[in-house]
Design a protein around this ligand. Structure first.
Ligand SMILES: NC(=O)c1ccc[n+]([C@@H]2O[C@H](COP(=O)([O-])OP(=O)(O)OC[C@H]3O[C@@H](n4cnc5c(N)ncnc54)[C@H](OP(=O)(O)O)[C@@H]3O)[C@@H](O)[C@H]2O)c1
Length: 285
């Protein structure tokens, strides 16, 4: 199976490159050859590929910056994946895309089912939802994998921020009223390869799927586990979202109901605490 992947430098793009299973050939395109603000370049790459499956690991992920730059977020997260899906559909190729818990408004405390009403609180969530809608309307085979709280040894993420702050400070205040599933980029990469293989052999089913690490925790409890595993001991105090103002509003409830992903693809929620051990070991090495 040959996979064409958009995105080489992000958390997920790096893990897709590092974890391609035996029998999978990967062709990964970076911004230099496929800039996501240029839909024609994307369509051209897909029109010329001899790949069996198309995946998108690239996105505009700067949640706060998107509030003042929604046009770019919309181009990269909305128009680009739509162009990918249309070009893939024209070639009869399955398209796998990654989306986010930020398409939900974060109310309540129940895990969001895949068909729950969306209601993004900010520009990033709106742009990712636009991408989802464009892909679904493109008319081809597709899977949209919504995930949350992504971490890895690469790029900027909560784990790396906590490791830095944990060595710099003795006390930290961290948001305790946002709850979700931390998810290792490595686990998302593995899930995408499993889904790609299913589509390749004809057992995939188009739709929206959820995938996040278990158990669900608050950011404060995620931080406590990072510090425990890293042997750091800053005192962590929970604060409310209201006490930590950011340009973009964030959902309080980011729990994702992942049962459909298990039922259709046999992919279960990974224990993020185990994936965190691997990331900390990678950072140490
Ligand atoms: N990070 C999270 O916590 C989180 C949570 C939920 C869902 N997600 C979703 O998970 C997926 C993977 O996220 P990630 O954390 O791996 O993202 P990331 O580390 O921020 O990487 C983003 C990637 O997109 C590329 N990119 C951005 N703008 C581009 C453009 N105009 N043209 C070409 N490439 C461009 C970047 O390339 P450059 O290096 O060239 O900029 C980079 O490779 C995304 O769909 C994201 O929305 C992420």
């Amino acid at each position: 199976m040959k996979c064409l992947v958009f995105g080489t430098t992000g958390q997920l793009g790096i893990e897709l490159a590092q974890r391609s299973p035996a029998g999978v050939e990967l062709v990964a395109l970076g911004r230099d050859v496929a800039d996501l603000t240029d839909p024609a370049a994307i369509a051209d790459a897909i029109a010329r590929t001899d790949a069996d499956v198309i995946m998108n690991a690239a996105a505009y992920t700067a949640v706060d910056r998107a509030e003042s730059d929604e046009a770019t977020a919309m181009a990269v997260n909305g128009a680009a994946p739509t162009a990918m899906a249309r070009a893939a559909a024209a070639r009869g190729l399955p398209f796998l895309h990654v989306s986010t818990d930020y398409v939900f408004d974060g109310t309540g405390s129940a895990p969001w089912p895949v068909d729950a009403p969306t209601g993004p609180l900010g520009a990033y969530g709106r742009s990712k939802l636009a991408g989802e809608q464009g892909i679904a309307a493109a008319g081809g085979q597709y899977a949209i994998l919504r995930t949350s709280w992504v971490f890895s040894a690469h790029g900027n993420n909560f784990v790396k921020t906590m490791l830095r702050l944990g060595t710099e400070r003795e006390t930290l205040t961290i948001v305790g009223d946002q709850v979700g599933g931390p998810t290792a980029a490595a686990d998302i990469a593995d899930a995408l390869y499993t889904m790609a293989a299913a589509f390749h052999r004809g057992t995939g089913r188009s739709g929206v799927y959820h995938f996040s690490g278990a158990p669900d925790v608050s950011w404060a409890d995620f931080a406590r586990e990072i510090f425990r595993q890293a042997g750091l001991a800053p005192a962590v105090t929970d604060i409310g979202t209201a006490d930590y103002p950011t340009p973009a509003r964030r959902p309080g409830n980011s729990r994702l109901d992942c049962r459909e992903t298990q039922a259709v693809f046999g992919i279960s929620r990974p224990d993020w605490r185990i994936s965190l051990q691997a990331v900390l070991a990678e950072l140490k090495a």
